[in-house]
Design a protein around this ligand. Sequence first.
Ligand code: SF4
Length: 264
Amino acid sequence: MSENRKMPKSLYAKSANELLGAVGLDKSFQGKQLYKWLNTGVVDFKEMTNLPKTIREFLSSAMGSPLSSKVIEVQEDGSDATKLAIELFDGKIIEAVILSDDNGRSTACLSSQVGCAMGCAFCRTGTMGLVRNLFDYEIVEQFIHILQLAPHTTHIVFMGMGEPLANREHVCKAIEHLHHPEGLNISLRRMTMSTCGLVPGILALAELNIPVRLAVSLTTADENQRDLLMPINRRYGLDELKKISHPLPEHHEKEIYFRIRYAE
Ligand code: SF4
């Protein structure tokens, strides 16, 4: 370990081996220990008690926190949703939401982009345009922030800011890390990706064979009205969506469902 080492922005979305190299640890078991702490939601190096004190102190002084982002506001409005405003390393703000149900189950609603290029007429994020894609670690970090408030969160929906299939590479990498059995170990069957109907993205996801659930948000079943509300419909209309729901691999064919939310 060297004080002059260039440290990564975040220690998330890294394997135990990648962590070793990223922070310059000598012993492979220490990479595994660090990985375990990070993925049980511990974000204070001082609490990683099975790592030698010198390493904990080095990490604290070199990085401060293993996270590149921070929660700047938590809003509880008395409903079942708790909203977290999260500031990213470049000052951009995104939102993650904890959704709680009557059975005590918590679901993390995560963002995939800052802003969104899809321009749906009813959506505030759509008015921003696309600012940038989130990195895989920024997606995993949203879940880690949520664990601090709702430690028993078991489900994930990609339904926050952005169109997840337009940032497929980083969203899929984040899913890999969120699912890793030695890490956060969230079942793929408990993850849902919500799309406005980006057909090439749906087909590419099917090719990757990642059996998450897929929710296509229709908003309306009227083609003309959908053209007005969701500009994506002018490129990939309802017929196209219907057509591609058939040749998908078996697990997707079963799991695709179309969500109709009518605009107010
Ligand atoms: S795809 Fe989602 S985030 Fe993007 S504009 Fe439409 S509703 Fe908003």
